[in-house]
Design a protein around this ligand. Structure first.
Ligand code: C2O
Ligand code: CU
Length: 469
């Protein structure tokens, strides 16, 4: 097991007090896991649940949202109208994108919704999608890697009244785990290498929810962990050190149909996986990431890391048994004759083209169900589509592992892989404002491995201008 560098762990934000140490020590799991606070909200006079999110510089090179590093957890129910006041207190323009949210393109927070320093952006929309663990992060064209790496990211949990009886006491038996790799020196975040090498930054210090060397105490027999890979590049294969079986209950865009037993799950940048694990009273077990020993320099997932020590209390409250059916959305099934679009991924291009903010690459009729074929001609990438949920039909011609069967918005493609996705598009039409699809390895995204699509009224596709003035 690779040791994380404990070089000068001083303080990154307020979360790391009490740690010290020299290089290359074993993890001591010395720090209590930080749980991002729930963002306060109020119902404004127009009936919107409103939140204020301030993007601001933190300490030691970090940036945060309403704090020094990372953001609060936003929470809303299906059917609620939400309004965000996003204020940019940073020294440069940025954006805030709602990754996994289905909403009008002008509210999406992609590269076209820039927020100047000192300005406040106030998107609003109706949350109308199944329960899911979504997240938010900046998306300024060419700067996403740096802005996310500095710490601008948070969770947006969507609740659906009447859902299955899963652990749902936030921070107690329903624990978010935002996994990120960082490079630290002299107690400061090192930012330069976001732009290095084929893949960009691969850090040697893992932070969970901004905590280095973390442990968490649990007090129930079953605990739900909502995993988010918010790293720039690194892919993890997460499980427990004793390889115990747990159950996957959710993917990026919502719950599965039924719990899927697994002992390790792969998660690439941007993806979310919800698991439920069982614990015995008084035990401790380490959550870790184990590479596949493929020793392939073309793949950012070969390293092993310890992530988090789970400490079970001497007596545990019994949890409800895991439901047999989770009520997740039915798979997307393409209709006969569904339109097929093909996307070839090369080093930093899609279909041989770099991102152009002024070019519309694809025009999609509202409500369409299409097959998107992604063909990776080079080293590892992944592929994320804004606004949609998709079902992975196959990976290299084989059905995906059962834990990836649920609704997705991001899919990993190892070197030379190809995948077929059944994609259901929404009905928020706007021929002039695009959504993005892109590689979520952030250096690749910044280098132009991204394209733009608009959703338009069916039958008007040919009328849509392909350039944005
Ligand atoms: Cu999480 Cu277009 O991004
Ligand atoms: Cu890529």
């Amino acid at each position: 097991m690779k040791r994380r560098s404990l070089l000068s762990l001083a303080v990154l934000g307020p979360l790391l007090s009490g740690c010290s140490g020299a290089n290359e020590q074993p993890l001591t799991f010395a720090n209590r896991l930080h749980i991002p606070p729930l963002a306060p909200s109020e119902i404004d006079p127009d009936g919107f649940r409103s939140f204020a999110l301030n993007l601001q510089p933190g300490k030691n090179g970090t940036w945060g949202i309403n704090g020094d590093h990372l953001g609060p957890t936003v929470r809303a129910k299906r059917g609620e109208r939400v309004r965000m006041a996003v204020t940019n207190r940073l020294p440069e323009p940025t954006t805030l994108h709602w990754h996994g949210m289905r909403l009008p393109a002008r509210m999406d927070g992609g590269p076209h919704q820039s927020i100047e320093p000192g300005a406040t952006w106030t998107p609003q929309w109706t949350v109308d999608q199944p329960a899911a663990t979504t997240w938010f992060h900046p998306h300024p064209h060419g700067q996403t890697a740096t802005h996310v790496y500095r710490g601008l990211a948070g969770l947006f949990l969507i609740d659906e009244p009447g859902g299955p009886a899963l652990p749902s006491d936030y921070g107690a038996d329903d624990i978010p785990l935002i996994v990120q790799d960082k490079i630290l020196a002299d107690g400061r975040l090192v930012t330069g290498p976001v732009d290095n090498g084929t893949f960009g930054l691969l850090g040697d210090t893992i932070m969970i929810n901004g905590t280095i060397d973390p442990y968490v105490e649990v007090t129930t027999t079953q605990v739900r962990f909502r995993l988010l890979n918010a790293s720039n590049t690194r892919v993890y294969r997460i499980g427990f050190a004793d390889n115990r079986t747990f159950h996957v209950v959710g993917g990026d865009a919502g719950l599965l149909r039924e719990p899927v037993p697994a002992d390790r799950v792969k998660i690439s940048p941007g993806e979310r996986i919800e698991i439920v694990a069982a614990f015995d009273p008084g035990e401790t077990v380490v959550l870790n990431s184990i590479g596949e020993n493929r020793r392939d320099a073309n793949d950012p997932e070969e390293d092993d890391f310890e992530l988090l020590k789970v400490v079970a209390a001497a007596s545990l409250k019994p949890s409800k048994p895991l439901p047999q059916a989770l009520g997740g959305p039915a798979p997307v099934i393409p209709p006969p004759g569904a339109r097929v679009r093909r996307f070839a991924l090369s080093g930093s291009e899609i279909n041989g083209r770099d991102m152009d903010m002024n070019r519309i690459d694809e025009v999609i009729p509202a409500g369409a169900v299409e097959i998107w074929e992604i063909d990776n001609t080079t080293y590892a990438h992944n592929f994320h589509i804004h606004e949609v949920a998709f079902t992975i039909l196959d990976i290299n011609g084989e059905p995906p592992p059962a834990y990836l069967a649920g609704p997705k918005d991001t899919v990993f493609l190892r070197k030379h892989a190809d995948v077929r996705l059944a994609v259901r598009f929404g009905r928020h039409t706007d021929p002039a404002t695009p959504y993005m699809y892109h590689c979520h390895l952030l250096r690749h995204e910044d280098k132009g491995m991204m394209g733009q699509f608009v959703i338009v009224d069916p039958g008007t596709e040919h009328l849509v201008p392909r350039t944005i003035p």
